[in-house]
Write a protein that binds this ligand. Structure first.
Ligand SMILES: [Zn+2]
Length: 248
């Protein structure tokens, strides 16, 4: 979490965003030609959005990055040393991604993005549990007016989902706190079990949809949706094609 993030609430977010936009435009006009040299360090392939993206543009950016990744044409934007130094002073992410801990689904690679683009929260099978997880999810859109998109990302062949199915169907509890993940996945199991098709796939998709629904009911996030343009969507990642499909 960033030290410069203030807890200003929705009103402060709106004010800060308007101020940033106006200040940015004024600075460009005032600086004129001199600003071109100053911005070149991150103009290409680095991209500064600074709160200019709405949730739909943010989603388009992520899905374009996903297409590049899936085709083996990743550009790795916003990963240069100069960009790293630039955003060390201030971050302005445009999205929050809540996804699985699976080592094959790192969001920055899957969406071909870099530093200061997204807040990323990861738990086994994107399970929501305990206040700290929800608090980490709320932090981005509450504290940063730039982050108006939230993506819950599930994926094919999710090991946590497979383990939960085994534990539920065998009646043998999983060891340690892994059972907490199993318990949290029970509603997704119950939703998927009566459906036709592959149980692991259906359950993973159900889990993503249920998580999106639950996040939309979260009081703080609901307020940001209703009054501040936050959008929450659910995605499903295919381990083989590398493609993300928006499912909720
Ligand atoms: Zn997983």
């Amino acid at each position: 979490m960033a030290a410069d993030a203030s807890r200003g609430g929705t009103g402060a977010n709106v004010t800060r965003r308007r101020f940033a936009g106006a200040a940015g435009a004024a600075a460009l006009v005032a600086a004129g030609v001199a600003s071109i040299g100053a911005t070149r360090a991150w103009a290409s392939p680095e991209e500064a959005f600074q709160g200019t993206l709405g949730p739909r543009e943010a989603l388009r950016l992520l899905m374009q990055g996903n297409q590049r990744w899936a085709r083996g044409r990743a550009r790795h934007p916003n990963q240069s040393v100069s960009w790293r130094l630039h955003v060390a002073k201030k971050q302005a992410p445009f999205a929050t991604v809540f996804s699985c801990i699976d080592s094959r689904v790192p969001p920055e690679l899957v969406f071909d993005r870099g530093l200061s683009d997204m807040f990323v929260i990861r738990t086994g099978a994107q399970v929501l549990d305990a206040g700290v997880v929800l608090g980490s999810i709320e932090f981005g859109p509450y504290s940063y007016a730039s982050a108006r998109l939230m993506v819950v990302l599930g994926h094919q062949d999710c090991g946590a989902v497979i383990a939960a199915i085994e534990a539920i169907e065998s009646g043998c509890p999983a060891p340690g706190h892994i059972q907490a993940v199993v318990d949290a996945l029970r509603p997704a199991y119950d939703a998927a079990k009566p459906r036709r098709g592959d149980l692991v796939d259906n359950m993973t998709r159900a889990q993503t949809r249920l998580t999106v629904q639950r996040l939309k009911r979260d009081p703080l996030l609901r307020k940001l949706i209703e009054t501040d343009g936050l959008m929450i969507v659910g995605g499903h990642y295919d381990l083989r094609s590398g493609l993300v499909e928006i499912i909720a």
